[in-house]
Design a protein around this ligand. Structure first.
Ligand SMILES: O=C(O)CCC(=O)C(=O)O
Length: 319
């Protein structure tokens, strides 16, 4: 079932009918399908590019308890900030990327700089993922203490604040940053590698719009399709945490949220240079160009259980 719906939305010829895709830009049409979620008032959000919590609109899908959708709570400069961090900073070594094994980026150089300096669009489009913190192992799907980097403090704080606003305790310990182009897809899967499966999974998106499919615990359950636009946050918690999900299609955006630029203040003292890039149109331009035909998704997970200090190795597990 999941596969059939995936194939339907992925199809170019004929293109899919989009009327059944849940659209949080038109919540009036979703009345029977969603319920409003209460947001706790959290302070200091502007440091992370977020609007005041009392302005957020968050909804839970009635048919998928625990799936929470927060309609873009970012300011436009906030969207710019996270875009710059993902492209320019999180792609730096020792974080891991899909490009590592191809040795396409010379030692001592960084992917974003090489792409910009050489106008290398091919290399730009080859980046598909970056992993942060406990690195996702794409083969074994097992996290390990031996395969772990530092988790970015700003992303950890952003995640903690968003989780707190929804009344969750959350410690960001692993993330996959996914980079999609107009023909990219992500097939249906569940995220079950984390030892803590009670903690929610937080997903931040910037750039082009995605059709996101959320199914049930098996591939036989029919999925619901939802538009995810730039700035939207999806939280998979409770009954939805282990459900099948995927992205069958990326669509050209409805509007460029990151360009509705007012000098809304973003004060991040630790990353002044990033904020400077966001405010200077000429410095921001290469990032805007990237977003015009791509989507960035930052998928953040807690790996350890509360109070757990480290992962046990498999042999320790068996004791
Ligand atoms: O791109 C998305 O919205 C979903 C990404 C995802 O499911 C994953 O990284 O596991």
């Amino acid at each position: 079932m999941f596969k059939d719906v995936f194939r339907y939305y992925k199809s170019r010829n004929p293109p899919p009918e989009l009327t059944k895709v849940l659209d949080f830009d038109n919540v009036d049409t979703l009345e029977s399908k969603i319920k409003r979620v209460t947001i706790k008032d959290i302070h200091d959000l502007k440091n992370y590019g977020l609007q005041p919590a009392k302005t957020w609109e968050a909804y839970e899908l009635i048919e998928h308890p625990g799936l929470i959708f927060i309609k873009n709570p970012f300011s436009s400069i906030g969207q710019r900030y996270w875009t710059v961090r993902c492209l320019q900073d999180y792609t730096k070594r020792p974080n891991k990327t899909n490009l590592d094994s191809f040795k396409l980026v010379p030692e001592g150089k960084e992917w974003w700089d090489v792409c910009q300096n050489n106008h290398d669009k091919l290399l730009l489009n080859k980046l598909r993922w970056v992993t942060l913190g406990y690195h996702h192992d794409w083969d074994t799907k097992i996290y390990s203490e031996d395969n772990k980097g530092e988790f970015p403090k700003d992303l950890s704080e952003l995640s903690r604040h968003v989780a707190q606003a929804l009344d969750f305790n959350f410690n960001a310990e692993a993330a996959i940053v996914n980079f999609y182009h107009m023909d990219s897809t992500l097939s249906g899967h569940t995220d079950h590698s984390e030892q803590n499966l009670e903690a929610p999974l937080l997903s931040f998106s910037f750039g082009q719009t995605a059709i996101f499919l959320l199914g049930g615990k098996t591939k036989e359950d029919a999925p619901t399709a939802v538009f995810i636009r730039s700035g939207d946050i999806v939280v998979m918690s409770q009954d939805s945490r282990l459900c099948y999900h995927g992205v069958p299609k990326i669509l050209q955006m409805d509007s460029r949220f990151w360009d509705c630029f007012n000098q809304n203040n973003l004060v991040n003292k630790e990353f002044r240079e990033v904020v400077h890039i966001c405010k200077e149109e000429t410095l921001w331009k290469p990032f805007a160009d990237y977003l015009n035909s791509s989507r960035i998704n930052v998928n953040v997970r807690q790996v350890l259980k509360r109070g757990q200090k480290r992962l046990c190795s498999e042999s320790e597990d068996k004791k």
